[in-house]
Ligand binder design. Structure first.
Ligand code: NAD
Length: 506
């Protein structure tokens, strides 16, 4: 399958010749899937200018109008789910079934965002309080204008749609710069919007290109940038946005841990660790990379995990559990982490090898906590398993990295599970499951520390792409004015008395 590249205005009549392009490569077969324009600074500025106009129209649709249009967009995605999943499969390398799951979750988020936007963001009366009882107070959340979305390649639909769906539902136009590794997915989404909403194609536009195109988007007059990617790139995006005080949302990497407590269902924990660590070839921001198992369960957990890991099938075929590493350069990082683990005393129980771009399912033990495999984001199908005396020690170790995206806890005690989840220095935690929060649209998604800040999904995700507007309406004049140069002197004395009476006794 060759993906159809998008023609841009830069191609037509360009006196400098055709615009530069870049290729999208199938990581499984190494073939070129399509060539895409490298959008220039001018192309990006044009797209943002068109988006600004479209944003006025989009905002004027109101919540109901936008819901109707977003339903039409959702309908296209749902009807053509297999087509979109095929593009994800080809460009990212993940199995078709995983690509279908990814698109399905994104559609569910789009539905939630458009359905709940009015309730979360619409005008509502709030109490006026003691000193302003003559005022009616209203709070509402207004769109920002144009949101620039810069996305990664690992979940090229789910991840950017976490920003796009919520930004659109909140009333913003969007200009989306997909990863250079998955441009076809981005272009597909832009085309789907045009088919669903032919009268206003500029509400959701896609610009393709490399990092510089992302940098241009930061400087093109957008009202916010929603960035998903690595922390080093996130810093560059923030620096570019700082030039014009453009606010940013940062969804960055992780080094998520799973804690397996004394009373855990060990088989369930093994199953979840395998999926959490190795699905999508471990290229998941909220993927499990470290496991801390208590003395009571460690031996059983390691034995079962090693046996089950050997059953994981890899490759590009339809029966594969996961595929090749999407970005060839990542293979070197994964190999370095494995080599560093071994050099510092760790043991590879299974895997540790790379063939045809596929990293074998890898389980490592006895890896020191200061090794790269435990401290840095590996982004490959590897798990380190460490023995701990207790879940409390596991929490300490979990929280000892600069990352703080998500984590998982396995215990039969609901109370203990929740207590441990609260202590994890992360934005999200699942008990007796992995990544369950991703599939629940009402829950916010985002990290702390090096994992970023701001939230997509849920009510917080809608508010992330809005600005609060406070409106007061004076219902009647106070008999004695407090905010006027005609204020009589005794008002201050009375105010002191009232404040002491109401607040002074606590
Ligand atoms: P990356 O940082 O290399 O690139 C992300 C995007 O930024 C790409 O579209 C890229 O073209 C663009 N970019 C590069 N340089 C830029 C610049 N100077 N200015 C503006 N944009 C620029 O990340 P990646 O390799 O595509 O994705 C993998 C990373 O993303 C991992 O660290 C992963 O954990 C993280 N991630 C986080 C989440 C989350 O929600 N927290 C989700 C998925 C992936």
């Amino acid at each position: 399958m060759t993906l159809a590249p998008e023609a841009t205005s830069a191609d037509a009549g360009n006196p400098a010749g055709p615009a530069p392009t870049f290729d999208s490569i199938d990581p499984g077969r190494g073939t070129v899937l399509g060539s895409y324009p490298v959008a220039s600074d001018a192309d990006v500025a044009d797209a943002v200018a068109r988006a600004q106009e479209a944003a006025t129209w989009w905002r004027a649709r109101g919540f109901d109008g936008r819901r109707r249009i977003l339903k039409a967009f959702k309908g296209v995605l749902a009807r053509e789910i297999e087509d979109l999943a095929e593009v994800v499969h080809l460009e990212n390398g993940k199995p078709r079934s995983d690509a279908i799951l990814e698109v399905a979750i994104a559609i569910d988020h789009l539905e939630w965002a458009s359905k709940h936007a009015a309730k979360v963001l619409g005008p509502r009366r709030v109490p006026s309080g003691l000193l302003a009882s003559n005022q009616a107070a209203t709070l509402e959340y207004q769109p920002l204008g144009v949101v620039g979305v810069i996305g990664p390649w690992n979940y090229p639909v789910f991840t950017p749609m976490g920003s796009i769906a919520y930004a659109l539902a909140a009333g913003n136009a969007v200009v989306f710069k997909p990863s250079e590794h998955t441009p076809g997915v981005g272009v597909w989404l832009g085309d789907a919007w045009r088919r669903a909403v032919p009268e206003r194609p500029d509400v959701l536009q896609v610009v393709t290109g490399l990092g510089a195109t992302g940098g241009a988007l930061c400087r093109a007059g957008v009202d916010k940038v929603a960035f998903t990617g690595s922390a080093p790139t996130g810093r560059r995006v923030m620096a570019a946005c700082a030039e014009n005080l453009v606010p940013v949302l940062m969804e960055l990497g992780g080094k998520d841990a799973m804690i397996v407590d004394d009373d855990a269902d060990v088989s369930a924990a093994v199953d979840a660790a395998l999926w959490g660590g190795m699905s999508n070839a471990g290229q998941t921001c909220v993927g499990i990379e470290r496991v801390y198992a208590t003395d009571a369960v460690y031996d059983r957990f390691v034995a079962e995990l090693t046996a089950r890991a050997a059953e994981v099938r890899t490759g590009s075929g339809d029966d594969a559990h996961y595929g090749p590493i999407t970005m060839p350069s990542q293979v070197g990082i994964i190999e370095r982490h494995i080599a560093d683990a071994v050099a510092s005393g760790g043991r590879v129980l299974t895997g540790g090898t790379v063939a045809d771009g596929v990293v074998a399912p890898t389980v490592m033990v006895d890896v020191p906590e200061d090794s790269a495999a435990v401290r840095e984001e590996t982004f490959g199908p590897t798990l380190t398993v460490a023995r701990v005396r207790s879940a409390d020690e596991a929490i300490e170790r979990t929280n000892a990295t600069p990352y703080g995206l998500a984590g998982a806890i396995f215990t039969r005690s609901a109370k203990r599970g929740v207590a441990l989840a609260r202590q994890m220095r992360t934005g999200m935690a699942s008990i007796n499951a992995v990544n369950a929060f991703s599939t629940i649209p009402a829950l916010p998604f985002g990290g702390v520390g090096e994992s970023g800040f701001g939230r997509i999904h849920g009510a917080d995700g809608l508010r992330e792409f809005s600005r609060s507007k406070a409106i007061t309406r004076q219902r009647f004049a106070l008999p004695i004015p407090t905010t006027s140069f005609r204020r009589p002197p005794e008002v201050t004395e009375r105010l002191v008395k009232v404040i002491r009476l109401v607040h002074g006794r606590s």
